[in-house]
Design a protein around this ligand. Structure first.
Ligand code: PLP
Length: 430
């Protein structure tokens, strides 16, 4: 029993972490809280089992019940994204991207992509999965005023350099990608189009953002734990599948996932994904709708209080995110002041930034605040907390106490089957 005190120490930190998020404003755009039915799957015996391969075609015995769950997860995912093909095995959005890059492009070949400074994720950057795959990356021009790909420039670039893949999708994602013209140009030169929906997957599934599979994307990847509020994980969907060429394309995608970048793929997470898809089919439209309304209201409220919020001419945002400019190199300091004030955010690069360690902005998200029942009027209250912390420079401790009081009424999870579940309470098993 020499190390049991360490176990108690770890459990204490887990409790502390629950309390931290129960008492603050969780506003990291990529985060969310899990419904109780999804949680139940995470502690089920699916955890720890192996199931390499596909349902009915396994390297391990004992998969008969899991096969039914994975089949159901794929079926629900196909309904949710109105598509012919869904792979629910990737263990993260990054893994999904790696699988697609493994399947569709070879080292030394060229892909077009956004720069990370303009919002792309590192998995499509030279330091991430795309770099590991040895891909030659060429950046789309970016329109700072529109906070989006410069569509004419991107179309010209694709026609000129004829990439193997046209990669789209962003981590800073305020407005839908002008996908159709980009996809048309890509298809003209024989390139496949990959849309990374990690952040906006739940908004797309809720029919409130854009519809990449109908706007020309051959493949869409995503994380299953952001605006889609499931377990941490990834997925891949596609609507190809009728011709022999399509079937070969989908076989390559599947081979990219296994044996490409997964072995066992966290079966308990797959079971939880299946439940998250069902919950999103029943509640996702209302949830996505409210997330976006809240982001728009928050952006307006911050702007009205004197913050510089990106995308003003276009209504600030059409997603779950708000991007705020804080001042040259001041993002870190601001996020630190906010956490001391009970508001959890992250510093972020904004257009023009070159140093990822000292960026000038904050990226804010409304998925979790929405999940715990906040609506537009609460966004006005949230903006006041930001004003007190960053513009009026009130004592963080005082704001933190007020945030804690404010949060008391917002502990239960919404947009899931179980009513009245307090999402931040700690539930010890032993
Ligand atoms: C656009 C984009 N793609 C991929 C990822 C990676 O997802 P994950 O954290 O699930 O690996 C992220 C993470 O935030 C992202 O923003």
């Amino acid at each position: 029993m020499k190390y049991f005190r360490d176990v108690e120490y770890i459990r204490l930190q887990a409790r502390n972490n629950n309390a931290l998020f129960a008492n603050s404003l969780p506003m990291i755009a990529s985060e969310n809280v899990l419904s109780p039915l999804c949680r139940e799957m995470l502690v089920s015996d699916f955890h720890g089992r192996y199931a390499e391969g596909t349902p009915g075609n396994r390297y391990y015995e004992g998969c008969q019940f899991f096969d039914l769950v994975e089949e159901k997860a794929m079926e629900l995912a196909r309904i949710l994204f109105r598509c012919t093909y869904a792979d629910v095995r990737p263990t993260a959005g990054t893994t999904a991207n790696m699988a697609v890059l493994k399947a569709l492009i070879k080292p030394g070949e060229t892909a077009t992509v956004l720069d990370t400074a303009n919002g792309a994720h590192i998995s499509f950057g030279k330091w991430g999965a795309a770099g590991v795959r040895g891909i030659n990356l060429v950046s789309y021009p970016f329109d700072d005023a529109l906070m989006n790909i410069d569509v004419d420039g991107a179309v010209k670039l694709i026609r000129d350099i004829k990439p193997k893949l046209a990669l789209c999708g962003q981590s800073v994602f305020l407005f839908p990608t002008p996908l159709k013209p980009i996809a048309d140009a890509a298809h003209e030169v024989g390139a496949a189009v990959v849309y990374d929906a990690a952040h906006v997957l739940g908004l797309i599934a809720g029919n409130r953002f854009q519809d990449p599979l109908r706007e020309g994307a051959d493949v869409m990847t995503g994380s299953t734990h952001k605006t889609l509020p499931g377990p941490q994980g990834g997925m891949i969907v596609s609507n190809r599948g009728t011709s022999e060429e399509d079937k070969a394309f989908l076989r390559k995608l599947g081979f990219g996932v296994f044996p490409g970048v997964t072995s066992s793929y966290h079966l308990h997470h797959v079971a939880a994904k299946a439940i998250a898809y069902a919950e999103h089919l029943d509640f996702g439209e209302a949830y996505a709708d409210q997330i976006i309304k809240n982001a728009q209201r928050l952006a307006h409220a911050l702007h009205d209080r004197g913050f510089k919020v990106f995308g003003e001419d276009l209504g600030f945002t059409k997603s779950h995110q708000v991007l705020v400019s804080i001042g040259p190199g001041k993002g870190k300091e601001a996020s630190k002041t906010l956490i001391d004030s009970g508001i959890v955010t992250n510093m972020n690069m904004i257009p023009g930034d070159t140093d990822p360690i000292n960026p000038s902005g904050l990226r804010l998200g409304t998925p979790e605040l929405t999940r715990i029942g906040m609506k537009e009027s609460e966004m006005d209250d949230v903006a006041v907390f930001f004003e007190r912390a960053l513009l009026k420079h009130e004592t963080p401790k005082k704001i933190k106490d007020d945030v804690k009081t404010f949060r008391r009424d917002y502990q239960e999870l919404h947009y899931c089957y179980t009513k009245g579940f307090r999402g931040y309470d700690y539930h010890p098993l032993v």
